[in-house]
Design a binder for this molecule. Structure first.
Ligand code: ATP
Ligand code: MG
Length: 444
């Protein structure tokens, strides 16, 4: 993409309403714009990051055996009245009346609707286990939207729902999602720590929040530092693997402030391994038995010819919270560097020449070569000063830069990985280097 043909409205100053780094950076680098309190438009650069995250989330769901569908954002209130949550949900639910005076709502979550779909289409144990998910916008009329897309009112969530014949199978589905979440966050280059959590208004008795550590997080957390060293790479969805990895996590103490027990913490964790910090919730999983299948009468036949209510769980990931959470976790006081798995462009070419000169031609040439090699390059062909170009590129955080000025010999290019020194490479070396970087499975 040529910057002259793109839409990237960067801001020179930090907008005064933005209190934390990710919010400032997302506004300044032209990723998002607020359209109403807690409601955002995603501009092209932000949308690219969001889509890249969404694709990784989707891929890991598919690998775990979940099946994608798409439910609407607007729901009828009927199923919510059946489950009893229409009254319980309170002011966070945006309630709407249509022209026939029917009660509708903008979905804050989908337990009711998915159970209704299940009820109307599945009658037999033979169809279970079943994991269904969608990636859809939600609306919660949060009392205090803040921190940009971190806590907003309209946000994109991946939510999966599991249906099983009995508790043991339901626990297997839960564990599958548990591992899938660890893998998903690992691919986003994040260390997400699963912590025992309260099930809250969804109800149920087994629940984990996935938290990434960041000073600006809203949750206060306590954990054993050993948790940070568990490596889940290359672990597949074999039931034994899942059990082992879950046991590993369960062996170490971790809790959000609601579940924290100071005596247990001191008893189980050496002083030197105790970590008391803050974190951002990026995912939350629940097992809640037959709470919804029973209230919505979604019974199935068992092998023995009896009727039973399937055991269910639900599993959310805050897809549109993640770009902000990743910035909070990765920003290092000088610049942002996107993990290579989700970077909006793989490489940027900073052309320091003038229209039609040798530098400009050289930039164009490498731009075409990189494009043909599927590196999705961004070419800065604007007429800004070099210093303003450098500033803007550090701001947007594309991890690799090729800098083309008049000082270099014809066959030489300056190549820079953000945060490291520039090196001089030939065209072929650049291509090989980028191939190595993007084809290896090292996260960044
Ligand atoms: P929180 O405790 O942050 O309010 P929650 O427990 O109400 O979240 P869940 O129902 O578990 O949220 O939703 C699943 C995921 O959706 C959360 O883990 C979070 O990443 C994301 N999420 C929830 N509320 C918001 C919001 N207001 N803005 C952006 N993302 C959100
Ligand atoms: Mg939650």
């Amino acid at each position: 993409m040529r910057l002259s043909n793109y839409f990237l409205p960067v801001l020179k100053e930090n907008p005064s309403e933005a209190k934390i780094k990710s919010h400032q950076l997302m506004l300044r680098s032209g990723m998002v714009r607020q359209s109403a309190s807690g409601i955002y438009s995603w501009l092209p650069l932000g949308l690219k990051v969001l889509k890249n995250i969404e694709n990784i989330v989707r891929d890991e769901q598919n690998k775990a055996g979940a099946i994608e569908l798409l439910m609407p954002t607007i729901q009828s209130a009927d199923a919510w009245k059946e489950s009893g949550r229409y009254d319980d949900y309170g002011k966070e639910m945006l309630r709407i009346k249509d022209r026939q005076d029917r009660d509708l709502l903008y979905g804050p979550t989908n337990e009711e609707l998915i159970t209704q779909i299940f009820r109307d289409n599945i009658k037999s144990y033979k169809n279970l286990p079943l994991l269904l998910y969608h990636i859809q916008w939600k609306f919660r009329d949060e009392i205090r939207p803040r921190f940009g897309v971190m806590r907003c009112r309209e946000f994109l969530m991946k939510d999966t729902y599991s249906f099983d014949v009995n508790k043991q199978d339901a626990e297997n589905s839960y564990k599958k999602m548990f591992l899938s979440y660890l893998k998903t966050f690992d691919r986003l280059d994040l260390k997400a720590i699963p912590m025992r959590a309260d099930a809250g208004p969804i109800g149920g008795d087994l629940s984990h929040e996935f938290i990434i550590l960041a000073d600006t997080g809203e949750s206060e957390v306590f954990l054993d530092k050993n948790l940070l060293d568990i490596n889940i790479k290359k672990i597949d969805y074999d039931q034994n693997n899942i059990k082992n990895i879950m046991n590993k996590y369960e062996n170490f103490y971790s809790a959000t402030d609601e579940k924290h027990n100071i005596d247990q913490f001191n008893k189980l964790v050496d002083k030197k391994n105790q970590l008391h910090t803050r974190g951002i919730e990026v995912g939350h999983i629940f097992y809640f038995g037959d709470k919804y299948s029973k209230s919505l009468k979604a019974a199935i036949n068992t092998k023995e010819g009896k009727n039973t209510y399937p055991q269910m769980g639900s599993y959310g990931i805050g897809v549109s919270r993640l770009p902000a959470a990743i910035i909070e976790a990765k920003y290092n006081n000088q610049y942002m560097k996107w993990p290579k798995s989700i970077t909006p462009f793989k490489v940027t070419i900073i052309n320091l020449g003038k229209k039609g000169d040798e530098v400009d031609k050289k930039s164009d040439d490498i731009y075409h070569i990189l494009k043909n090699n599927n590196f999705d390059p961004l070419l800065d062909d604007l007429s800004d000063s070099p210093s303003s170009k450098f500033k803007n590129h550090d701001l947007i955080g594309i991890p690799f830069q090729i800098i083309i000025g008049s000082k270099m010999k014809k066959e030489e290019y300056e190549f820079k990985e953000l945060g490291k020194n520039k090196i001089i490479l030939s065209k072929n070396e650049i291509i090989n280097r980028l191939k190595e970087i993007y084809e290896s499975d090292q996260p960044s």
